[in-house]
Design a protein around this ligand. Structure first.
Ligand SMILES: [Zn+2]
Ligand SMILES: [Zn+2]
Length: 114
């Protein structure tokens, strides 16, 4: 398994929204409630958790609609990227560049023929 590489690659791609240990957004109307950085839902302190990849505070309601991927230990936003990285799809952009390069090569070959 090269999932560690995938995680490393993903941390390079993920934009840090908050610093580790930064406080979650307070709900304006209730002191002990906080706002999920992904769905903007109002949550209890124990219902939200900080994503170690992007630093977002996201809701973690077990068994319900939440913004946390328990399996990957990441918020839904990052878990999508992690899944892509694990499948190798994050490299798609470089693959596309290579394809463009080979097209250029073909043109060069045509020039050589003449
Ligand atoms: Zn949420
Ligand atoms: Zn995240």
């Amino acid at each position: 398994m090269s999932s560690k590489d995938a995680f490393e690659r993903v941390t390079e791609v993920i934009e840090k929204i908050r610093e580790p240990g930064e406080k979650p957004e307070d709900d304006l109307y209730s002191m002990d409630k906080f706002v999920c950085d992904l769905c903007q839902g109002i949550k209890e302190r124990e219902q939200i958790t900080q994503c170690g990849f992007c630093g977002r505070w996201v809701c973690k309601d077990k068994g319900e609609d939440d913004c946390w991927n328990e399996e990957l230990n990441a918020c839904e936003s990052c878990s999508g990227l992690i899944t892509l990285a694990q499948k190798g799809d994050l490299e798609e952009e470089t693959d596309l560049k290579e394809e463009n390069d080979s097209q250029d090569d073909k043109e060069d070959e045509d020039d050589k023929d003449e």
